[in-house]
Design a protein around this ligand. Structure first.
Ligand code: SF4
Length: 431
């Protein structure tokens, strides 16, 4: 029996697919070389925003068209979890709609009602050997925050962190198989371990910048010497403590992925989020003072309910002041079950898109300038695939890449000089 897994959405979904692949392998399935060769076709969907849901549905329908008639079609992931029964009714082509941690090879449909139950914990499943020199490591599932726009906690639940030992074990397995870069991910990475500590202590633990201990600092320090590159993604800004900054700078990947979403203080409070542009700029300046070559990524939502012209102007001014390397902009999408969907002052979609274009234009020029500034400088490059590598300034799959002659073996670290830029990508000669 052969299987095919099609994955949509964010890095967290890709890790889930890796773990499903490992599980199917342990159940006697082997990977198919093409979709139409598979006996089991799994689509791991994304429900992030409307466009992601539409893409997921399109892919499911495409898979239904191209798979062989006898193959079973299973839909899993965020859409399955969130709209399970509705999805099963709307897509008669699908044999099974299965939420997280449910048995994809079960013969009968799984109810996704309130009685659903995980057959296994995806986080702790083994994963198959990787052929890539980098790998995501998912260190927690779910989120304890309640940002106004985000439906994730409603279907992924509160945060459940993996233990330090489990994570270190998986990291060591990956590095032993040749992985040179580990990318730690979670919905709210900076809060990793707080839930375990709360349970252990039986009390609430607030980990802000008070000098208290932060579990992620321990984990980062613990993994730093086990791998050539350690990268952390999705840092909620209040979790970016002094100690965590120090720990990240000690990893040799001074890359800060700050989940900011906006900068206007009043607007952030409407989003039920911490911080403001001034604090963010102070934190960025402090990091640059310690490491002038630090790289910054962030994402912002445009058109969240109540966003005024003044809020938007603050964001544009912040972009100019912060000079971030990489930014993702998303138009607000009203999600069922979120606070924001019920708020007054919804921003008309054309206005949200106009604001998005305005912010993107500013940031595109900044990103291009920062890429141009790298020309002539020397970096260490990790060769990801023939002719394509990354310095520490590029996160896999999200940022640009560096092109080099294809003679350098995949998985090697080489010294290079950047010779030119092509949009967000760079060209380099190996020294
Ligand atoms: S921290 Fe991220 S995952 Fe958690 S509620 Fe906010 S946006 Fe959603």
């Amino acid at each position: 029996m052969r299987f095919w897994v099609e994955t949509l959405g964010c890095p967290k979904n890709h890790v889930d697919s890796d773990k499903l692949t490992g599980l199917l392998g342990s159940q006697g399935y082997s990977p198919a070389t093409t979709v139409d060769d598979a006996d089991l076709v799994v689509v791991n969907t994304c429900a992030f925003i409307e466009s992601a849901r539409e893409e997921s549905i399109d892919v499911v329908l495409h898979m239904a068209d191209v798979k062989k008639t006898s193959a079973r079609l299973v839909v899993t992931g965020c859409m399955a979890e969130r709209y399970g029964d509705e999805l099963a009714d709307a897509l008669p082509e699908v044999d099974l709609v299965a939420g997280f941690g449910q048995n994809l090879t079960a013969a009968t449909p799984v109810s996704l009602g309130t009685t659903r139950r995980s057959d296994f914990d995806l986080l702790n499943l083994p994963r198959p050997a990787t052929t890539s020199p980098w790998a995501y490591v998912k260190i927690a599932e779910g989120c304890d925050r309640r940002c106004g726009f985000c439906a994730i906690p409603t279907f992924r639940g509160d945060q459940r962190s993996r233990s330090l030992d489990d994570i270190v074990r998986e990291a060591n397995e990956l590095t032993s198989s040749g992985v040179k870069e580990l990318v730690l991910i979670a919905q709210d990475l900076a809060s990793w371990g707080n839930d375990r500590r709360r349970h252990a202590l039986g009390e609430a633990v607030e980990v802000l910048d008070t000098g208290g201990t932060q579990p992620l600092v321990d984990l980062t320090r613990r993994l730093t010497n086990d791998v050539e590159r350690l990268r952390l993604l999705y840092l909620y800004p209040s979790g970016l403590t002094e100690r965590l900054i120090e720990a990240i700078l000690a990893t040799n990947v001074p890359y800060f992925d700050l989940s900011l979403q906006h900068v206007s203080r009043s607007h952030l409070r409407r989003m039920n989020r911490w911080g403001d542009g001034e604090r963010f700029l102070e934190r960025i300046a402090a990091i640059r003072a310690a490491e002038p070559h630090a790289t910054f990524r962030s994402s912002f939502i445009l058109g969240y309910p109540g966003e005024t012209e003044d809020d938007h102007t603050q964001l544009l001014e912040f972009l100019e002041a912060a000079q971030l390397d990489w930014v993702g902009f998303f138009p607000y999408s009203a999600e069922h079950g979120t606070v924001a969907a019920t708020l007054p002052d919804q921003v008309p979609s054309p206005l949200a898109l106009e604001r998005l274009r305005e912010a993107s234009d500013i940031q595109d020029a900044i990103t291009a300038r920062r890429r141009d500034d790298m020309v002539g400088e020397e970096y260490e490059l990790l060769i990801d695939s023939p002719g394509v590598g990354r310095t520490v300034k590029e996160c896999p799959e999200i940022d640009g890449v560096v092109f080099v002659p294809s003679s350098h073996p995949v998985g090697t670290l080489v010294r290079c000089r950047i010779t030119g830029s092509r949009g967000t990508d760079l060209e380099a000669e190996v020294l």
